[in-house]
Write a protein that binds this ligand. Structure first.
Ligand code: NI
Length: 333
């Protein structure tokens, strides 16, 4: 018992040392608004949207977090237990060090950094919780909102399991529903563009297509402070003119629930569970009550089956895709 306490204490000590190191990769942190911060890589200019207080990919703590470290940032694991980065480090570091051995501080620090990065290479902090990139992950997507009556039910369910989803919202439905969009961002979900007013792009000219995309992006940005980086085309309708004028990655789906057609929660559940596999993108619609009901079963069941529920951008990133503008994607298997 005493030994355990001593080891844990040493682990925390080393954890704090780790966080005190200067950033190697040159990540700059900017707080952009409530629930919205960004890490910018000084070298590559890569931008990663995060919840305020989230450490950089190299574990550089966000400025202003407690003791200048990330230890105050509690995150929700997939299994529902609260954990934090320092606790993880203390677990990893603890058992490896004999208590009596006197080791110069600097040496311990370097050795432990190497050990830490090797043992935890599969674990990544993303959108306020930890993901294991070696385990299966899928993206649930909800179109045609915002629609708080259902969207909040979906988010309540996701919150219980640390899951994240992607909501492709229609620009002209944002007014009056800003609070729902703000909740999406605060809770780590992704908001995608689903056009300004749900016109089918294959029937529009170049300027009209560009206007549909830009207007929706502006409305979403004004409502919640975060601009979409992905689009889903209304009805999935696409032409070469659409490809040339939609300057965003175009996200399709690998499982079509047809929830809008059946309006039957059990059919939606069965469709997903009978097909789901690692890397899938599931198409649902936020505006149907039955889809909210289906999600209350689907979300915990997918987690029980070992799937991590991630945003589309996370799925692409952790499956090793870099997304092209005007390119279609239907899964990241
Ligand atoms: Ni739609």
């Amino acid at each position: 018992m005493l030994g355990r306490i001593k080891r844990t204490g040493l682990g925390i000590f080393l954890g704090v040392l780790l966080f005190a190191l200067p950033s190697q990769a040159g990540w700059r942190y900017e707080l952009q608004g409530p629930g919205n911060a960004v890490w910018i890589n000084e070298e590559t200019q890569e931008r990663i949207d995060v919840l305020p207080g989230t450490p950089a990919p190299d574990q550089t703590p966000a400025p202003g977090t407690e003791n200048g470290s990330a230890e105050g940032v509690a995150v929700q694991g997939q299994n529902g237990e609260a954990t934090d980065t320092v606790a993880l480090i203390s677990q990893e570091v603890g058992p490896g060090i004999p208590e009596q051995e006197v080791v110069p501080e600097e040496t311990v620090q370097e050795e432990q950094i190497v050990e830490e990065s090797q043992e935890n290479s599969a674990l990544r902090m993303s959108r306020g919780r930890q993901l294991d990139v070696t385990r299966p992950m899928v993206a649930l997507t909800y179109d045609d909102g915002p629609y708080p009556a259902v969207g909040n039910i979906i988010m309540d369910e996701l919150a219980k399991v640390g899951g994240r989803a992607t909501f492709f919202v229609v620009g002209n439905r944002v007014a009056g529903n800003q609070a729902e969009l703000q909740r999406m961002i605060q809770e780590g979900h992704e908001i995608g563009n689903h056009s300004w007013d749900h016109q089918y792009f294959n029937k529009l000219g170049a300027a009209e297509i560009q206007n549909q995309v830009a207007r929706a992006n502006e409305a979403i940005m004004a409502a919640c402070g975060t601009a979409p980086v992905l689009i889903r085309l209304p009805g999935g309708n696409i032409t070469d003119t659409v490809r040339k004028n939609v300057n965003m990655p175009m996200i399709y789906w690998s499982i079509d629930t047809l929830d809008w057609k059946t309006k039957n929660a059990q059919k939606t559940i069965d469709t997903v569970l009978s097909q789901i596999q690692d890397g899938d993108i599931v198409l649902m619609h936020e505006i149907w009550r039955q889809t909210g009901t289906a999600s209350q079963t689907l979300i915990p069941e997918l987690v029980r089956r070992g799937y991590q529920l991630v945003t589309v951008s996370e799925l692409a990133e952790f499956k090793g895709y870099s997304l092209g503008l005007g390119v279609q994607y239907s899964s990241f298997r």
